[in-house]
Write a protein that binds this ligand. Sequence first.
Ligand code: ATP
Ligand code: MG
Length: 267
Amino acid sequence: MGVGAEVVDLTKSFGDQTVWSNVSLTVPAGDITVLLGPSGTGKSVFLKTLIGLLRPDRGRVYIDGQELTAMNERDLYAIRQRCGVLFQDGALFGSMTVYDNIAFPLREHTRKTEKEIRRIVGERLELVGMSGDEDKLPSEISGGMRKRAGLARALVMDPELILCDEPDSGLDPVRTAFLGKLIAELNAETGATFLIVTHDINTARTLPDHIGMLYKGELIAFAPRAEILESEEPVVKQFLNASLDGPIGMAEEKDAEDPLAHAGAAP
Ligand SMILES: Nc1ncnc2c1ncn2[C@@H]1O[C@H](COP(=O)(O)OP(=O)(O)OP(=O)(O)O)[C@@H](O)[C@H]1O
Ligand SMILES: [Mg+2]
């Protein structure tokens, strides 16, 4: 079953650069939530902060009701084992085969025998449509296959909370649709909670129960999908319609402060 996550008044900065501040939201247990936002707004940083890979400056993070921000490394490690993460770059070990990459968490964190590991890895490979590719190195498979191998690895510990950072970037539209279907099926079968960062509007429009959007250092929207899809909020509307008209420009961090810059950027 899935576990939920909650953040309260969360703020994260690097040096004097604040990535986002006072973010509060609940990722409901067992549901699929999508997080949107222009490049550089801190979506990847948010996922990493949520599972305690990055420490926030202020605020609290809870997973399954337990406060991560107050935990020592040992307890953090235990809670992270209940989470599956697909990082933006796939993050496979380049010198290991697909099989060894997917087996890695099981070898590292469990006492399972190689026989049990073979069964589990085989199941996950089949799930992501990669049976037969287990002996290849990451450099010998396509970008889309690396994503799917990364997803298989994220699923290997039967996670209750799954964080996927742009699982569909670099995939063709058909495979993106298949990946969305796979996520919906996994969610239905296992009840695991999903939090997915994506730039794919079709995915955002069809897959999640809830949608959140980060913009200019703030969480500007977080609501059930239907509500967000009908939102009149200019940033949300522009983003979901991939429109050139609206507050978001090419250099979105600058444009809204300088209306001329936006007018100049529009064709
Ligand atoms: N470890 C770090 N140290 C310093 N700054 C960082 C670090 N990680 C991220 N940043 C900065 O935080 C900001 C947010 O980065 P992040 O990767 O979260 O953006 P993003 O929303 O995921 O963008 P994209 O859609 O392009 O993946 C950026 O300005 C980035 O340079
Ligand atoms: Mg990112």
